[in-house]
Design a protein around this ligand. Structure first.
Ligand code: NAD
Ligand code: PRE
Length: 301
């Protein structure tokens, strides 16, 4: 049996439009309604037939829904939840796809007292944004971390989990605080490092812009892909997951200083030992089938 019959998606960018496409592909009988604050995005969504109906306001999108999924930037989640509160059917489950969970869970609980809130985070994405960058297979073989609040109804958690399994994700249940700590090191810190390194390179006065572009076929190029990620999304992630990111950044800075020392004092053993350990991490990621570079899940979309 399908976990939901009527799904509303608010925010029709990369993740919202990918989810709409995936639901269409895997659960074609689900009635899909969408809304986006941007009139241009609504226009595109109508033109490409993303959903059965595109509503001009968030409240109108949710009146019939048994699941609402908020796919807006992290810091817009609470505002949108407040906008839909009066129109939500009583048994409707509200979920989201935000990249950090503690602040979102607090915001949704504040805006929707007494409602069923089951946050989730599909750990899948690209550096692109907008409704035309989405694709139906984005979540296949990827993790979706569901972060229910304490005391959540297990049946509601299972229905949200089943939706994600149906679109191809592997589901893990975790509490929001633990999620934020784990993702701070596996996703948020790497983005911060990429933003920094690309910023540093483009600031260097003796490396012209054209040289940065010309010689970026190697390692730097991988950083530029990550550093091209959406500025609004990532501003919100770093502000919302401040504590965990600062904690991981502190650890990272200490490790970087140790490397700096090893280079300064010619400690080749220290460098070799670290690089051997990190190579093993990469290999175990590939063995577990989590290698982004192998199957192209739409990097070029
Ligand atoms: N991009 C990724 O790799 C990725 C991966 C997993 C989760 N996420 C999370 O998914 C969410 C959406 O990210 P995205 O990559 O799809 O971004 P996106 O920029 O492609 O889409 C966001 C959409 O939300 C709309 N929006 C903004 N404020 C709104 C509001 N108040 N009401 C209605 N619509 C509003 C925007 O117009 C835009 O179309 C974010 O919370 C992000 O943290 C992103
Ligand atoms: O591959 C990418 O482009 C991503 O940045 C995807 C990525 C990640 O860091 O893994 C980014 C943010 C998300 O919340 C989930 C996935």
């Amino acid at each position: 049996m399908l976990p939901f019959a009527r799904v509303a998606i608010i925010g029709l960018g990369l993740i919202g439009s990918s989810l709409a496409r995936a639901i269409r592909a895997e659960m074609p009988t689900v009635a899909l309604t969408g809304h986006d604050a941007s009139p241009e995005v609504r226009e595109i969504a109508r033109r490409i037939g993303l959903c059965d109906d595109i509503a001009d306001n968030a409240g109108a999108a949710v009146t019939d829904a048994d699941l609402v999924i908020l796919c807006v930037p992290v810091r817009a989640m609470e505002t949108v939840a407040a906008e839909i509160a009066a129109d939500l059917p009583p048994e409707c489950i509200v979920s989201d796809v935000g990249s950090c969970k503690g602040e979102i869970l607090a915001g949704l609980t504040r805006a929707l007292p007494g409602r069923i809130v089951i946050p989730a985070h599909p750990v899948a994405g690209t550096e692109n944004s907008g409704p035309e960058s989405g694709f139906a297979t984005l979540f296949k073989g990827r993790w979706c971390i569901v972060t229910p609040p304490d005391g959540a109804d297990p049946a509601a958690v299972e229905r949200v989990s089943e939706l994600w399994r149906r679109v191809g994700a592997n589901v893990e249940i975790m509490n929001a605080q633990h999620h934020d700590l784990v993702l701070a090191v596996t996703s948020h810190l790497p983005h911060l490092i990429a933003y920094t390194i690309v910023g540093t390179a483009s600031d260097l006065e003796d490396v012209t812009r054209s040289e940065v572009i010309k010689y970026s076929a190697g390692g730097f190029r991988d950083f530029t892909r990550i550093a091209a990620s959406d500025p609004t999304m990532w501003r919100d992630v770093f502000l919302a997951n401040k504590d965990a990111v600062l904690e991981m950044l502190q650890r990272f800075s200490e490790d970087l200083s140790a490397l700096q020392r090893a280079i300064r004092w010619g400690d080749g053993d220290a460098l070799f030992s670290l690089f051997t350990r990190t190579r093993a991490v990469r290999r175990s990621i590939i063995e577990e089938g989590q290698d982004d570079a192998a199957p192209d899940f739409g990097r070029s979309h």
